[in-house]
Design a protein. Structure first.
Length: 546
């Protein structure tokens, strides 16, 4: 069964923060899980190096936009690698291959009449002497009254046009722009109203989208889909491949989502494999992103696919809500963020992956608190899981003839483990990652209780065979826990795999007798609680030095 997993493309205009990883981590959990099941998986993403934010950052620093894109693309690659992300292809939107694929898609839409010319009124900055792309304009959202950009209000998720904003200002200089006429190309989004209505109804019936995606998409469709500009006067990006528009760029909202297709084609080119099975009507696909990206994945991209006659519309929409930081909204401009290059230097990658999953904003906003992060590591990863592994392995190590006495896993424990594979697998496939991880840790706590109730330290003196059986059961539990946890916390799972000399992980219960480990290693170290205040002090100091 071919599985396509598409992770949203972060803008290469600044370092990754916890909000980015929180929304993207589900993609890696899915990819690891389906690979363990033996499915054909293609997991793609990349850095958005063409967007307006890069051009703005470059202008602020007085450097070429490529310098900004190169810097942060390299940083993204490093962060994803250190956090264990297993992309099959992680590329960038300024790659020549991406440009070619996007231009081909654009031309196909133009030839079939889905892209057309239109003279429009557009905002022009007389101070900077240029037409302003959407993200170069800031103002007040006409719907909710919040600060907003010219393309979308992040507060109420309304898709906007710069002309809609109240008190419009040029982001570059702060001056009020004037209105001038300009010719652009438009995408006939309205032509797909009926098909997309049926599409979202099908998704709602089958419960394959997150609720926020269902509700927002139904709202957009109910309001009536409007044709949208697909060309912009931008300094960087993909050139419009149409005569008289060569000086314009393809607007990022049509270009970036097309990156999922271009990345898959680049993977095919690099590996010599075909992508046909990932782009047909039978494809199962997961699109992983934050809720601010919902309309681009549930309306825009499906419409483009329909327009170029690609029947592989997204089947699963995994759209997280937001993560706040110490009860406040994340703000990169105010330096109120936990930056990934920083946190990963000081903390175990599994600690970050665990907390962002168990505290995931799957249905509502959740908060990242340094106190909860450190306490979670100490109580769950170290105190529950690490403790169970450590106490079992150390006890087994004391018994010199452990491997000479055979044991079999207790039927009741085997039954619990079998059920766990089914329930956790189902939760992952339905994008309920938090529930899946909670189920595993509930079993970990039960396993610790099993160890305590059996009292192997007493059994060793009174019933050695019973002691071996108890510890053998615990070793089998640990082997299965490592396999079950591998999609979530892969680094510690790999350590257990080495210690117990396990075969490659799958998604089938491990039933073989586990031998005495030749290597014992502590999985997690305790984090001193004084670090809570140190991290808070650093956070507030960071904000002051923005």
């Amino acid at each position: 069964m071919p599985i396509l997993i598409s992770g949203a493309w972060p803008y290469a205009n600044g370092p990754l923060h916890l909000g980015h990883i929180s929304s993207l981590l589900p993609g890696d959990i899915l990819a690891r899980y389906f690979r363990q099941k033996g499915e054909k998986v293609l997991y793609v993403s990349g850095s958005d190096c063409n967007g307006t934010p890069i051009a703005i950052r470059a202008k602020q620093e007085g450097v070429d936009p490529k310098i900004i894109a190169d810097r942060y693309h390299a940083s993204f690659n490093d962060c994803f690698k250190q956090l264990g992300f297993t992309y099959d292809c992680y590329t960038r939107t300024d790659h020549s291959h991406h440009h070619q694929i996007v231009q081909n898609i654009f031309l196909e839409l133009y030839k079939t009449g889905y892209i057309y010319r239109k003279t429009v009124e557009q905002l022009y900055c007389e101070y900077d002497q240029q037409f302003l792309p959407d993200r170069y304009v800031e103002g007040i959202c006409p719907v909710c009254g919040s600060d907003a950009r010219g393309d979308q209000c992040d507060h109420c998720s309304t898709i906007l046009d710069p002309m809609d904003l109240i008190n419009r200002k040029c982001k570059l200089c702060g001056h009020t722009p004037v209105v001038k006429k300009n010719e652009h190309l438009y995408f006939r989004l309205s032509a797909f109203q009926k098909q997309l209505t049926q599409y979202v109804d099908h998704a709602e019936k089958n419960k394959t989208w997150r609720e926020n995606a269902i509700q927002l998409t139904k709202r957009y469709i109910h309001e009536g889909l409007q044709d949208r500009a697909v060309s912009r006067d931008l300094p960087i990006g993909v050139n419009v491949p149409i005569k008289e528009f060569e000086d314009k760029k393809i607007y990022v909202w049509i270009e970036a989502v097309s990156g999922y297709y271009s990345a898959s084609q680049l993977w095919a080119k690099q590996t010599g494999k075909s992508t046909d099975c990932y782009w047909n009507e039978n494809t199962i696909s997961y699109y992983v992103h934050g809720k601010d990206n919902i309309p681009f994945h549930t309306v825009i991209w499906p419409a483009i696919l329909l327009g170029i006659h690609k029947p592989a519309l997204p089947t699963h929409i995994v759209s997280n809500e937001y993560v706040t930081l110490e009860k406040r909204k994340l703000s990169t401009s105010k330096n109120w963020a936990v930056w990934i290059p920083d946190i990963i230097k000081r903390y175990h990658p599994d600690s970050i992956r665990y907390f962002l999953t168990i505290n995931a904003p799957e249905n509502r906003d959740t908060d990242f608190s340094w106190r909860e992060f450190i306490l979670s590591h100490n109580s769950e990863l170290l105190g529950a899981y690490g403790n169970f592994v450590n106490r079992t392995l150390k006890f087994v190590d004391k018994i010199s003839d452990f491997n000479t006495i055979h044991y079999e896993l207790e039927p009741t424990l085997q039954e619990k483990i079998n059920r766990l594979y089914k329930s956790v697998g189902k939760n992952i496939e339905e994008a309920h990652f938090k529930q899946g991880l909670e189920d595993i840790f509930r079993f970990i706590r039960e396993s610790n209780k099993y160890f305590d109730d059996k009292k192997p330290w007493i059994q060793l003196q009174t019933d050695k065979k019973g002691c071996i059986s108890t510890l053998g059961n615990c070793l089998s539990i640990i082997a299965n826990l490592a396999q079950l946890l591998s999609p979530f916390i892969p680094f510690s799972s790999r350590e257990v795999q080495k210690m117990l000399d396990l075969d490659n992980f799958s998604w089938q219960p491990i039933q073989k007798e586990i031998l005495k480990p030749k290597l014992i290693k502590t999985l997690f170290e305790r984090i001193d609680l004084v670090q809570i205040q140190e991290e808070l002090d650093n956070l507030y100091k960071q904000e002051k030095n923005e």
